[in-house]
Design a protein around this ligand. Structure first.
Ligand code: G1P
Length: 292
């Protein structure tokens, strides 16, 4: 619902907030495209119609309207997007159930639309996740980020099992938002998953869990308990998850994307150095004043 970003999200979904030169959801779809995904079902809900407009070539500005120096983006023309709406906000596990027919008998990926994976290679983490899922013949593969002990109350946390090749490991258990006292590790679920369609049977059998919601984490836990194979894929040191859930994390994500942008980064870093010097010591020139 984006309540932590009110009033910015009063009438626009957080997924449409700009992250540098494009909306967050645009970057998420780019990640999927780079990972070789050709068909995507976007599960939206009330108040999220602008997401559909954004990807509709007939709505709003057309590519011909773009200025010559418009930022280059990943080619999404081979990606087919479909939409459905979650009728009631019953939780992440419930939202994923809307994809059951779409996925059919195929393994499928889940990408949450309010954060992006950033690193030296665009879409690198998502690509590795998809590959790891196939190579290890997994039923569940999850991208993981290392978090502080305090932060374990904000994420699904996994218990690592046996080590696999290339820094991957089996998932022995998973628990939703356990907090420091009960966290089985500091490996947090980082908003990207690949599943076998078996997960839909487990989602259908769930009762509401943490926060009264149908929790995806609970379905994964039940699958693992039944002996299904879960594989954890940690983000590498040069990769990170940028989250837009609140003003601080959104600002950090925005700064980082713009300050490292290939077109604008250099100029903005220079501006930022001057601005910080001025904020720390107002006798330093203000980069926004005419004299500077
Ligand atoms: C969801 C999942 C949680 C995961 C998080 C970030 O939580 O339930 O397991 O760690 O996304 O990927 P939410 O942020 O929607 O509360």
């Amino acid at each position: 619902m984006g309540t932590r970003l009110y009033p910015v999200t009063k009438s626009q979904p957080k997924e449409m907030l700009p992250l540098g030169t494009r909306p967050v959801i645009h970057r998420v779809v780019e990640e999927a495209a780079v990972a070789g995904i050709s068909d995507m079902l976007v599960v939206t809900g009330a108040g999220k119609a602008t997401i559909e407009d954004h990807f509709d070539p007939a709505a709003g500005l057309s590519p011909e309207d773009a200025p010559e120096d418009a930022p280059s983006t990943v080619d999404l023309s081979n990606l087919q997007l479909y939409y459905t709406r979650q009728g009631e906000r019953l939780g992440l596990g419930d939202a994923i159930r809307y994809g059951a027919e779409f996925a059919g008998a195929e393994h499928f990926a889940v990408l949450l639309g309010d954060c992006v994976m950033e690193g030296s290679e665009l879409g690198g983490p998502m690509k590795r996740l998809v590959e790891a899922h196939a190579t290890n013949e997994a039923d569940i593969s999850i991208l993981l980020q290392h978090v502080s002990l305090e932060a374990t109350s904000r994420y699904g946390i996994i218990k690592p099992g046996a080590a696999l090749d290339e820094g991957l490991f089996e998932i022995a258990d998973i628990v939703e938002k356990p907090g420091p006292a009960n966290a089985p590790s500091r490996y947090a679920v980082a908003a990207r998953y690949v599943f076998s369609p078996t997960i839909f049977d487990y989602l259908d059998a769930l009762e509401p869990g943490h926060g009264g919601e149908i929790q995806l984490t609970d379905a994964i836990r039940a699958m693992i308990a039944d002996g299904k194979r879960g594989v954890g894929v940690p983000l590498r040191e040069d990769e990170r998850r940028l989250d837009v859930g609140n003003f601080e994390s959104y600002s950090r994500a925005f700064f980082r994307t713009m300050l490292t942008d290939s077109n604008y980064g250099e100029g903005l870093r220079e501006y930022m150095r001057k601005l910080l010097a001025h904020i720390d010591d107002p006798s330093e020139p203000d980069p926004d004043s005419v004299e500077a």
